[in-house]
Structure formats: structure tokens, C-alpha cells
Design a protein around this ligand. Sequence first.
Ligand code: AMP
Length: 493
Amino acid sequence: MKKHIKILKKKLRTFDPKIKEECGIFGISNAKDASALTALGLHALQHRGQEGCGIVTFDGKQYFSEKRFGLVGDNFNKEKVLNNLKGDYAIGHNRYSTTGENTLRNIQPFFADTNAGGIGVAHNGNLTNSISLRKKLVEDGAIFYTTSDTETIVQLIAKSKRVKTIDKVVDAIFQIQGGYALVMLTQTSLIGVRDPFGIRPLVIGKLKNSYVLASETCALDIIGAKFIREVDNGEIVLIENDKLQSIKPFPQKKVRPCVFEYIYFARPDSILDNKTAYEHRKNLGLELAKESDVDADIIVPVPDSGNAAALGFAQYLGKNFELGLIRNHYVGRTFIEPSQKIRSLGVKLKLNANKSTIKNKKIILIDDSLVRGTTSHKIVKMLYDAGAKEVHVKIACPEIKYPDFYGVDTPTKKELLAANKTNDEICNYIGAKSLKFLSLNGMYRAIGFDKRNENYPQLTDHYFTGDYPVKPIDELGDNKVTQLSLLSSASNN
Ligand code: AMP
């Protein structure tokens, strides 16, 4: 019996239907080289997911689809592949997942035939009620092909009794909850959707007569498209030929984008709320410097995640910024490794101490965030082994105490270091001389409004506060049963 439970638990981990995906999405209308432009856009969004990528196009008669494991540049680099993706309309997706099935069937965009015609869907984010919805759909006879929550959206669209595709989409969107940005390709339009709080990002660009939708503005820059605006929270944009129509079906809510886009995800050159992520991160470093009470010889970033914050920190204090750690750029993010053991190895694979700059130095080491503590633990040791006199760790965001349910890969509360240990205990664990996190107020001062502003909190900041704008209803006990039934359907495929 015990053995069976062990196997079941292992399988549950492997087939966890709540795959946490960060992902990058892209869509373009009315463009001659739609598939090539989509490949370029996805390439610019590669930092959002490296596990798999896919493009779906429509040529006025037929849909075309290519999905591959790995990087965009390794898969969509041949004319033959791109020429097979015919049509002037395209959507694309970069996939990131840490746990869950790594199979081709989970790579997006997904495609479905409905009674109003075909539809392709690419999704960034996580639904908080997908298990409950999936349970109902399965009870009603739906057959699921993947273990991704995105398929729930596709099934809801297909099942809608409305006549027009856009109405079917609205119907489906009303039923889902969580953090999501979607791009969809119908037979007559490109559609973009952003969740009611605008937790996950989506921007609109223009390239001649084409509209472009993308997770970040860096994907507009690469193809020379002009940034028009963000898709509003709760907005659906319907793009037909060179016309864009805005539909706002939800009761208006206050926009609360995910704070982690500012801290970590977005590429530094992408624009978030009128400033680049780089400027926001330098400001986070500046606020951290204002709160700092330790002196040091040099300021060292954890590359690349701590670069901008460390620069802001060093510039504010007039201290020397040094590259005390050198990064091997040919290794993916350490987080991508599925097990804790491999993950700790990953830090060593990725970074090495730059001995000449750190020997006998009192160092302030800066990173954007501390999650499980794996990175800091390894790096502090690396710096001491290379002869550092003192290593003081400063983190450019507050303590992460609460997990995420909207598409960011954070572990469970049990694995979040700051949820379980005091500052001294964490400092002890990572082996630093001192440890300091940026205060919540400092973070808000850096990114925008502080507590006195009527819009406070203008960000989805549950990582630090436990304030979840959308309650994660799938966490309720009842749904565990559904996970088990999903497990058997998934493993039978
Ligand atoms: P940890 O080593 O577990 O403390 O994680 C912190 C490191 O992972 C930092 O260097 C961050 O830049 C990076 N990081 C933080 N959040 C994420 C995430 N959701 N996905 C990938 N990497 C992350």
C-alpha cells in the first residue's frame, strides 16, 4: 500500500495539471511574412520560456502549425519551416514549465475546430479555477488531450452556444479566473485578452498595416513595430485587417500587474508602465541603498538578475561596481532544472568567481530576489572560497513568503525560505555576514506609488503580503480528487 501511495505521489508530481508557466506570447495580423515575424518576436521573448515553442498561422483557407522542443532560434531558423507556415496571420508561444509533463502535446499554441470555425490559442499565465472547470467539462463529456490549463479555455470556447467566435471567446473568458494573457487566431481575426486585474502582461504594437500583440515591448522592437499601448486590464482587443476594436465585458477593476515582471521577468529593455524594466530595477537598487547600513569596498551583482539593482545601489552610494562573478551564457536559468539537486549544480555551471576583483574585499552582493536560497547559498560560498573578506547580501525586493497561483514559478510555501525562517536563520543558511531585504515601502517607492497614494497597492504583490487579488479556488480539498482522475487520463494517453 505504502509503495502504491509513493508511486501515486510521484506520478501526481509528474502529471501535475497545474503546470506553472511563465511563457511568452506573440501575434500578428495582416503581414506578409507573418510566420518569420512571429519567430523573431518569440526569439525576443525567449527569456520567458525555453522549453518549447510553437507557431500557428492561417492563410484564409487553412491553419498551419509547428511545435518544437527547445529554443526558437534552433527551431524556426530555416526558410522551409517558415514557408510551411503560410498566411498573413500568426500567433506564437514560448513555453516555460518547471514541473509537469514535458511533452509535445503541452506545447502551444493549441488549436480547436468549433462550429464557428477553427481557433488557435496561446496563453501566458495560470488559471486558478481550471481544475474545477475541467472537472465539470469532463463530467459533460469533454475529452482532454493535454494536461495544460490552456486547454480548458479552448474547450470552453468550443462548447459555447454563442454563434460568433468573438462571442464564444467572451463566454469562455467570463468563466475563467486567474492571471492570463491570451492571443488567439480565428479565421477572420487576431484576438488579444488580458485578465481583469492585468496580472499578466500584453502590449499592442503597429507595423505598417499590421497590428502586433506581445508579452513585452522588446518583441515589438525586434521587428521594428511601434509600441502603441498596453492591452488594458479586462480588455479584449479584436483585430480584423487593419482595424482594432476594444471590448470591455467585465465590470471595471483596478489594474494590478504582477510585481515580478518589474523585479525579474521582463527583459530589461521592455517598457512597463512608461519606464523600462531596467530603470525600475535601478530604482529598486537605489531604494535598497537608502536602507543600507553596511559599508563595503565593492558592489557585486548576481549576473544578470541583480545587474540593474546593483548599478542603482552603487551609483547612489558612489561605490565601485565590480563584476565579481562571471556568467556562462550558454546555460539556461537555474530555475529550469527540475530537481533541487540539479538546481544547485546549475548555479555552479552558470557562474564563477572573478578572483582578482574580490580577493580580500568587503563585498555587498546584490540579487533581485531570494526564493529557495539556492543561488545565494552557492554564490556566497564561491566568493569566500575565492578570498572575499566579508560578503553582505542585499536583495532588491522584500521577503517572498507566499506562493504564486497566476503563472509565476514559485515553489510551495514549504520551500520558500523566507516563509519558514527568520532573517538571521536565512543569513546563517546562505553563509553571509549580513542579509537585508528591501522593505515593501521601499519597493513601492522604487516602482511607483507608496502607501499614501489612493491607488496603493497598484501591483499584484501577494509574494510579500499574501494579498491575492484572485482567490485560488483550485486549492480547495475537493479538487484533489479531480487531480487523481486527471492523473489516470493523462497516464493512459
Ligand atoms: P533561489 O536560488 O531559489 O533563491 O532563487 C533566486 C534566484 O532565482 C534569483 O537569482 C532570481 O533572479 C531567480 N528567480 C527568482 N524568481 C524566479 C522565477 N520565478 N523563475 C526563474 N528564476 C527566478
